[in-house]
Write a protein that binds this ligand. Structure first.
Ligand code: FAD
Length: 285
């Protein structure tokens, strides 16, 4: 039970230490304000919620491909996508009044702050890509993620083979960039990249730069439906021989990644089966 003597001692203590107590209180408050003001913001993406991002840059990469940059809400914020995962875009098609959902893989890496970049191929009659093509700087797109089942871990395999068709290059490019830019990662990557014509090859300059920067860790083989005269790489769809000649043979230390239009991925599944790559040795994005 409190006594009058205890009350008096408390009042004396408070009087004697008033200045110190006020200073301590102000210091704690200042530390809290500083911590809240300078702490890195949480990554943007939320797995269960579509959130809008504003288009801040738009330009043509090829005759039918766009580069789109979206601004993140805070300048020091990351998107929050781990390597090998993608996001989903959605919009409601005014013609059908139904929502459209499509997966896209950023070409910016996981550490990029303040914005996220995409390379998008525009299809004639393509619901989402036609919608994206009509956007102007300042318009917004709803996106959600991370999505996907693939998780890349440093040196998870000795060699990785990649089979990409058209925009199927985007998840490959993200994984590739991450591997090559990590000096502790010794994985060798071989890419076979199929397109209709030279003009359709996405990120060609970026891929060439990676080949010349990392000649012992990365090689790329292009194949075209309509090659120009004098073309000395592949002709037509990706074949078993192309895979045998340019990718690592089946083995426990090998992973084959593939992505592209549905007929291409179906054909790749059959080819990989025939060549002896078991289900553990391959992943379709
Ligand atoms: C993991 C992953 C990541 C991806 N990342 C990217 C990326 O970064 N960039 C990118 O550009 N794409 C990417 N894609 C592809 C993307 O998700 C879409 O499939 C692509 O943009 C086409 O969508 P769309 O709505 O424009 O076309 P859709 O409406 O799906 O149509 C696609 C094509 O089919 C034709 N078509 C549609 N309906 C019919 C019909 N009934 N009969 C005949 N033809 C028809 C269209 O004319 C068009 O040519 C990715 C796919 C995956 C799986």
């Amino acid at each position: 039970m409190e006594t009058p003597q205890m009350d008096a001692r408390l009042v004396t203590f408070l009087n004697d230490n008033l200045v110190a107590l006020v200073v301590a209180f102000v210091a704690i408050a200042a530390i809290q304000v500083y911590w809240f003001a300078t702490r890195p913001p949480r990554p943007f993406l939320m797995p269960d919620l579509y959130q809008p991002l504003t288009l801040s840059m738009k330009r043509n990469v090829t005759h039918n491909t766009l580069f789109l940059r979206f601004k993140l809400p805070e300048a020091n914020q990351t998107l929050g996508l781990t390597i090998g995962r993608h996001v989903a875009f959605t919009f409601t098609d005014p013609k059908t009044d139904k929502p459209v959902y499509r997966p896209y893989t950023p070409v910016t890496d996981a550490d990029t702050k303040g914005h996220v970049d995409f390379v998008i191929k525009v299809y004639k009659g393509g619901q989402m890509s036609q919608h994206l093509d009509k956007l102007e700087v300042g318009d917004r797109v709803e996106m959600k993620g991370p999505k996907g089942r693939f998780t890349y871990k440093r040196n998870m395999k000795k060699s990785i083979g990649m089979l990409a068709g058209g925009t199927g290059i985007t998840p490959m490019y993200q994984v590739l960039n991450h591997i090559l830019n990590d000096p502790k990662d010794t994985t060798h990557v071989s890419l076979i990249y199929a397109n209709i014509s030279v003009e359709d090859i996405l990120l060609k300059k970026n891929l060439e730069q990676l080949v010349s920067k990392y000649p012992t860790r990365f090689d790329v083989y292009y194949t075209l439906d309509n090659p120009p005269s004098g073309w000395n790489q592949g002709k037509g769809y990706i074949s078993g021989d192309m895979i045998k000649n340019n990718c690592p043979p089946p083995g426990d230390d090998v992973l084959m990644l593939y992505c592209g239009p549905s007929p291409m991925t179906a054909a790749m599944t059959t080819l990989l089966d025939d060549l002896g790559y078991s289900k553990d040795m391959r992943f379709q994005f």
